[in-house]
Design a binder for this molecule. Structure first.
Ligand SMILES: *Cc1c(COP(=O)(O)O)cnc(C)c1O
Length: 411
């Protein structure tokens, strides 16, 4: 979003105009930003056979998925329902990696029936999968190399107490089950959770997968390094240097492939990196409330629409779109939900007045997809700016949506 002659614009489209057309609260996504992030990653790994599997749980609107399909991505899905939406968006089953956690064998079987690439994340399912399919259906195995990344404890998955993946220390057990059932393992996978700051963390995890691959898995077609790319939320935030990572991991990967005797595909499954910065939650200021201690800005949205500040302590930068040149004052921005509901504490904003439109930035990932109807509020509408034009990609809910599956008893 850029300030052009006192108006905020996305790719030439005036954001306040979009707001007036579609109302607030409103999620707006900049398709160009998604495409440029995708190309950044592709270029950084131009030296290997890279496959990008967009982790759709970050933002799962079907029009967003179709955009990813158009630019050549595959999908990473964590539930059979996500897979069904992905198929509806036009992806081939073979382009979809199914990486669920703690699901029953029944859901895995549904994935097999749909033709997805199955990623197995625990020993019990690996054993049941082997009994069921032997070597008839290939699979990928999710290992946990216990590399720890930064980030809030809710999003770390690599630590020793994590429920994700099969510990690298259980490799011997894994190979016994694979051998006993003649399971065809075509992929090894790791995903160490969010906020990997330097490439050495990836490389350490990669080395462990390379060792396991070279010694125990001779039929691999790909290695999947998951995600964990950090994007900037604040101005000076350190982010994953994708170009440096691309250089280092690619050269290490190519060395490994030589040793392995086969050119494998290198997979990633970024969510946040692809869509976070493309998204804005636009809200209207309902109330300015001066208390003894602070000035609250009360807006027409809340943690039901963007839970990251409350759930992860996440910082989201906020702009006052209606008053870009106002003097800066300190505010606490809160939502309208009857529950602790703060978007930003002690935040400097250009003077805020009732009726102003604020843009909460970096709201593309885990924004709408984690939203809910608490307090019986409607979820926001969603708009994508594509080729300089605003397209409605999700209608605002109505009272009928809230009542749709409720069964009314008569008394
Ligand atoms: C959530 C998830 C991702 C995406 O993580 P980001 O931090 O959003 O990039 C990738 N792979 C798996 C298996 C996931 O569960």
């Amino acid at each position: 979003m850029n300030l052009v002659e006192n108006r905020y614009k996305i790719n030439g489209t005036d954001v306040l105009d979009v707001c007036h057309e579609f109302g607030t609260p409103l999620y707006v996504y900049d398709a160009d930003k998604i495409i440029s992030q995708y190309n950044r990653m592709k270029n950084a790994f131009s030296g290997v056979d890279l496959r990008i599997k967009y982790a759709m749980k970050a933002l799962s609107n079907i029009s967003i998925l179709k955009l990813f399909k158009k630019i050549g991505a595959g999908l990473d899905v964590v539930s059979i329902q996500e897979a069904m939406i992905g198929l509806k968006a036009g992806f081939q089953p073979s382009q979809i990696l199914f990486t669920p956690n703690c699901v029953s064998i029944d859901e895995i079987k549904m994935g097999v029936e749909l033709g997805l690439v199955i990623n197995i994340d625990n020993i019990s399912i690996l054993e049941q999968f082997g009994h069921e399919y032997g070597n008839k259906v290939p699979c990928c195995i999710r290992m946990n190399p216990h590399i720890t990344a930064g980030g809030h404890s809710h999003i770390q998955t690599g630590h020793i107490d994590s429920k994700f993946g099969i510990s690298i220390y259980q490799l011997r057990h894994v190979t016994r089950i694979v051998a006993a059932n003649n399971i065809r393992v075509i992929g090894l996978h790791m995903h160490s959770g969010s906020d990997i700051l330097d490439s050495s963390v990836f490389i350490r995890g990669a080395e462990l997968l390379f060792d396991a691959a070279a010694e125990h898995f001779k039929e691999l077609e790909f290695i999947d390094f998951g995600s964990g790319f950090k994007v900037a939320y604040k101005e000076d935030d350190i982010t994953t240097d994708i170009d440096e990572l691309g250089k280092e991991l690619s050269s290490r990967f190519n060395e490994f492939c030589k040793l392995y005797g086969k050119k494998l595909q290198l997979w990633f499954e970024p969510g946040k990196f692809m869509v976070s910065e493309s998204g804005f939650l636009l809200v209207k200021v309902n109330i300015i409330k001066q208390t003894m201690a602070t000035v609250f800005v009360g807006v027409d949205s809340g943690q039901n629409h963007l839970i990251r500040p409350m759930f992860y302590d996440a910082y989201h930068h906020i702009l006052n779109l209606s008053n870009p040149n106002g003097v800066q004052r300190v505010y606490t921005v809160v939502g309208y939900i009857c529950e602790t509901d703060t978007f930003a504490w002690d935040r400097k904003l250009n003077e805020v007045r009732e009726g102003d439109i604020l843009a909460i930035q970096n709201a593309g990932a885990y924004g709408f997809s984690m939203s809910n109807n608490y307090n019986s509020r409607f979820r926001p509408a969603e708009v994508m700016i594509y080729n300089g034009k605003a397209h409605l990609i999700r209608k605002r809910e109505t009272i009928d949506d809230l009542l749709k599956n409720q069964v009314e008893m008569e008394f």
